[in-house]
Design a protein around this ligand. Sequence first.
Ligand code: GLN
Length: 311
Amino acid sequence: MLDPMQNLLEELHKKYASVTSGHPATYIPELAKANPNDFAIVVTTVEGVQYKVGDWNKSFSLQSTSKPFIYGMALEEHGRDFVHSKVGVEPTGEAFNSIMELEKKTNRPYNPMINSGAIAISSFIKGDTFPKRLESMTKVFENYQGHEVSVGKEVFESEKKTAHRNRSIAHLLRHFNVIDDRIDEALDLYFMQCSILATTSDLSMMAATLANRGAHPLTKKRALSQEYVGDVLSLMFSCGMYDSSGEWAYTVGVPAKSGVSGAIFGVVPGEFGIAVYSPPIDEKGHSIRGLRVFEELSKRCQLSIFRVTKT
Ligand code: GLN
């Protein structure tokens, strides 16, 4: 007999596989090649037990699902005071790639989950050479995934070639002294983190690592100091779904992050991590099947962090 969680995931997978609205992202040409039928759901407990359904072994680029992990890295390397002297903690109500949105008096990007904040955060990665900075960034993802990671070179090149909007954001950040002169390096680090490959199983394990207070459930290796896990989850909760963060908090109620490759991950602190992958996205950049799966999973399993436990 199947475990009830496995049964539920299979039911949701079957139900939402028939949703065919939306298209894979096209503004990064390489992402347009994704197969719209790919669909996977993986739940990973803080003990490392996984429930998987669908194409859970297919790799995709993390895109914006990488942002919380690099924000955590910045907190470890520089501490809260420095990081938040440069990047705020307020949701924007704007799209992820908004250009002219910096905080009025401070000229800081609003938060680390949108592109302007994430490009600033990538620019903080320590190291005297680009390869060293890249190596320490990659190491962070290895700790979360529990194995070596690779970069999707084609996605990286494809984004680098077409990223006029992100380039203009980076120059604006330089103008306001949020980032230093290594503008192209900051952008390359940002494109690289967005191009790190993961399967839905990996992303779910990364989520479970955050659920497990920063320690990988199986290797037990620390990916993030416990003291910063709350910072990361709090910003995922308020800003992780961009201009639908309020609706997400209301309907799903767990810290989460989406990426334009079609991935969404969520964290139920102390319990488990969840990842859904399905490339067709809506106009805000969220996986359409991903949104539906999370909403139903949250209702059926009472996942909201505001659920009232029956006495
Ligand atoms: N690399 C993408 C970009 O900067 C990430 C966006 C996303 O996943 N929302 O446009």
